[in-house]
Design a protein around this ligand. Structure first.
Ligand code: NAD
Length: 295
């Protein structure tokens, strides 16, 4: 039986680890939070007392941690010194490209195979095993990575070599942040012009303004029943998370010398909404800021 060590059992990792167990794999789980560990145990994972214990004898190790510094320290201090060299290392956290490449280089130098494999899709997709994975790894390792990711995934695409998965993730989310603000501005303007925003949605969805933020995740309540706009912007993808990803994109752009003026503006607007208290609301709630409403 394939033995998978799973480190980081939070909002995303909890459901992902549960899907590994559901697929019949032996999952040895660790998190700093006792509550997260108990939840994983209830979902069929074995609790362990440390990263070192979780990774001992593992065929694959999956990490789902908050940010770059956590990933750097957990790999350098706990995974690389304790895991068998044959273990396949897969980091699914969203982190900066530089950290992903640094950890990959350290892992390879120590004789491991490593992949950065950030995900698109929120906690519902994590629970349903329906995430999209964007993978940066050596081409020869991709089939093995795909096999481990399988029970957690709707689609798995190789973006390129190490760091390319993270690059794809932050570029994708920069498009998403910018397009959501564009859709919200248009809806707020339609309202001011006396055009029913729901009618505008119907027209633009079938015209050249069509995009995912409008047709699948409409920020105006009504047209898309599953969108968080119908639940007072609760659940979904938090403004604070979008802000984190836009910051990563801006840091990467500054280092690479890329011009991303709309990405910078989107970061500024989400930072403002976060400071006003909107950090916990779905990112489509930025519509309210543009309509002059407090969170
Ligand atoms: P979370 O804060 O709920 O979970 C992170 C978990 O890591 C926590 O349970 C924490 O206790 C654990 N942890 C931290 N340091 C640790 C350590 N040293 N050893 C073991 N466990 C440790 O966060 P999340 O929402 O699950 O997000 C995880 C990652 O996924 C982030 O990088 C995030 O950007 C990315 N992501 C999140 C979403 C989403 O909708 N929540 C969507 C896509 C990607």
């Amino acid at each position: 039986m394939t033995r998978v060590a799973f480190i980081g059992l939070g909002n995303m990792g909890g459901g992902m680890a549960a899907n590994q167990a559901k697929a019949g794999r032996e999952v040895r789980a660790f998190d700093l939070s006792a509550a997260a560990l108990d939840k994983a145990a209830a979902a069929g994972c074995a609790k362990t007392a440390s990263v070192a214990e979780a990774v001992t004898g593992a065929d694959a190790i999956v990490t789902m941690l908050p940010a770059g510094p956590h990933v750097r320290s957990v790999y350098a201090e706990q995974i690389l010194p304790n895991a068998p060299k044959s273990a396949l290392l897969i980091d699914c956290s969203t982190i900066d490209v530089e950290s992903a490449r640094a950890v990959a280089a350290q892992a390879k130098a120590a004789g491991f195979r490593f992949a950065d494999a950030p995900v698109s899709g929120g906690t519902a997709a994590a629970d349903a095993g329906a995430l999209a994975f964007m993978v940066g790894c050596d081409e020869a390792d991709f089939a093995a990575v795909e096999d481990i990711i399988g029970p957690m995934s709707r689609v798995t695409l190789r973006a390129g070599d190490h760091g390319a998965g993270q690059a794809a993730k932050i570029c994708n989310n920069m498009v998403l942040g910018i397009s959501m603000i564009g859709v919200c501005e248009a809806l707020a303007l339609a309202e001011k012009l006396g055009l029913d925003p729901v009618k505008f949605h119907e027209i633009s969805s079938q015209s050249s303004g069509q995009c995912w933020s409008l047709t699948s995740y409409c920020p105006w309540p009504g047209p898309v029943p599953t969108a968080p706009s119908n639940r007072n912007y609760e659940g979904g993808f938090a403004t604070a998370m979008m802000l984190k990803d836009l910051k990563l994109a801006q840091e990467a752009a500054a280092k690479a010398g890329a011009s991303t003026p709309l990405g910078a503006t989107a970061e500024g607007l989400y930072a403002l909404y976060d400071r006003l208290g909107g950090g916990g609301r779905d990112f489509s709630a930025i519509l309210e800021l543009l309509r002059g409403k407090a969170p």
